[in-house]
Design a protein around this ligand. Structure first.
Ligand code: GTB
Length: 223
């Protein structure tokens, strides 16, 4: 059955791979599953046809036969459950890898999103300048803790897993802030993820969409 995911027709990041379809593409590339992509505009995401798949009117979504999923975490988990390569066979190791997926989404991504919102959505509010250092410090706390746990290992728990895929995807969002560079072992961890051939293919695929959009429309959509 064909797998179809959705992605931005014109990603606001202009093809830097920061939108959440990249992690789904990466998971599919890791397990060697071909997929189609349906590109959606911001307007189309809020229309009934897309809302029937994604109640919050966002990307990414995943369709395979009668199955329709939303939420990048759930999608990557489903891919990892259905195909070998992203979750260990050993039950305990598998549970730990899944734990890292949740940690990436709930504990590490949450403060990173706060920073994105503080900068780009609430940037003009009078209290933002006072708030930004607090938000940044909450992220640094998590990065310090994560770096301590990673130590000098390549991956969070043995072999590369869906937990690493999700954690690297989440940390990539910090790259433009320069904060990742303050933690060299995490910067190297992210670089290891980015160097994986599957990530490279996923990145290239989403970048190609942005390049085509730029040709046709003259640039990324401004949010
Ligand atoms: N929790 C959901 C998930 O993990 O799937 C969140 C999905 C989500 O936030 N989707 C965003 C979206 O559809 C795109 S990825 N937004 C449109 C809307 O809500 O109307 C978030 C994103 C957007 C832009 C950048 N960027 O420009 O760098 C990075 C990430």
């Amino acid at each position: 059955m064909t797998i179809t995911i959705t992605a931005f027709e014109r990603s606001p990041d202009g093809g830097k791979g920061l939108a959440r379809d990249t992690r789904v593409r990466w998971a599919l590339e890791e397990v060697g599953q071909p997929y189609d992509v349906r590109l959606v505009s911001f307007q189309a995401m809020k229309e009934p046809a897309h809302l029937a798949i994604h109640p919050f009117g966002q990307i990414p979504t995943y369709e395979e036969g009668d199955l329709r999923l939303f939420e990048s975490g759930a999608i990557v988990f489903h891919i990892a459950e259905c195909h070998a390569g992203l979750l260990p066979d050993d039950a305990d190791a598998r549970a730990r890898a899944i734990t890292w997926m949740f940690a990436a989404l709930n504990t590490v991504e949450a403060p990173i999103l706060e920073l994105v919102i503080a900068k780009f959505v609430e940037g003009d509010k009078p209290w933002t300048q006072e708030r930004l250092p607090l938000v940044a410090e909450r992220i640094r706390t998590r990065l310090r803790q994560l770096s301590a746990r990673l130590g000098d290992a390549d991956w969070l728990d043995g072999a590369f897993s869906a937990g690493d895929l999700m954690m690297v995807s989440v940390l990539l969002r910090l790259k433009p802030s320069g904060m990742l560079a303050e933690f060299p072992s995490l910067a190297a961890y992210v670089a290891r993820g980015e160097a994986r051939p599957a990530y490279q293919r996923a990145y290239a695929a989403q970048a190609a969409v942005a390049a085509r959009a730029e040709k046709v429309n003259g640039g990324p959509r401004q949010t």
